[in-house]
Design a protein around this ligand. Sequence first.
Ligand code: DAH
Length: 344
Amino acid sequence: MKEQIEQLLEEIKGLKCATDKEVEEARIRLLGKKGEVTKLFEEFRGIAPELKKEFGQKLNVLKKEATAKIEELKSMAKATGSASTNSDDVTMPGDPYGLGSRHPVSIARQQIINIFRKFGYDVAEGPEIEDDYHVFEALNFPPNHPARDMQDTFFVSVGHPNPLLLRTHTSSVQVRTMEKMSLPIRVICPGRVFRNEAISARAHCIFHQVEGLYIDENVSFADLKQAILLFAREMFGADTQIRMRPSYFPFTEPSAEVDVSCNICKGKGCNICKGTGWLEILGCGMVDPNVLEASGIDSKKYSGFAFGMGVERIAMLKWQVNDLRHYFENDMRFLREFSPCVEV
Ligand code: DAH
């Protein structure tokens, strides 16, 4: 019996298993009902009483060693073994890769584009690194307008009469469109914009805008109002109301800011709309004749409207996201909430 115990101890020490299955086989061979260690315990019952103490101790050590070794092999097989088990059986199904989903800003941007496409608008794009002329000058910004200040704009090159900068709005694409497209023009310009802002729940230095431009003969403010109303109802629901408040932009005259009735409280007043029943969604107005003329369009014959909205803002209002930073952090728990959102 002594030799048997010693032999088994040696065997246990050198035991190696590559897979879960092999570990289980070793466990059964040693510790199973008919296993070798179990058998020795049965033999132990019949040995002489004076030997019981010595052999009892030896057997307990053997059992402990066997159990510990099996546990160790089990966890080793778990850590490395899944690969080796799989590689043994090439017919096993592969590890599933979860399909990603669209980012909420991308979903909102696509929804805005699809709505205006239905209204007959084309999509135009322009460069993110722009010159002062297309971002400011052609849009009627006076030379000392605060937006031209380094505090608000990221300049790429300075000291030049037409310095390069990161566009602060997609209105620059309006100008590029007017320069090269023949009339009438009906476009939306989605894109990324950059502002020298401190990052907070309501502001970021990179965000997205969709600009709209419609130029033809006899375009009126009533056309603008109707286009915005139809858009708001497609985006936020058929019972959405809009209101326009007078505002100022250098490139439109008259200018307005548009609010939609709060889609949470239906205009009654809640903490999302700060009790007012209204949420601001965009800026707009009739294209200033100076802007038309700067791009070679006869402002006596043609008129037009323009509007610009922040995509993150629309997405925040639509899905009640209260912190802009969520859109940039890529927290999977946040992003997964949008996987069922299908594009219109
Ligand atoms: N460009 C403006 C901004 O970035 C948004 C805007 C307001 C665009 C009025 C327009 C407009 O076309 O008419 O804040």
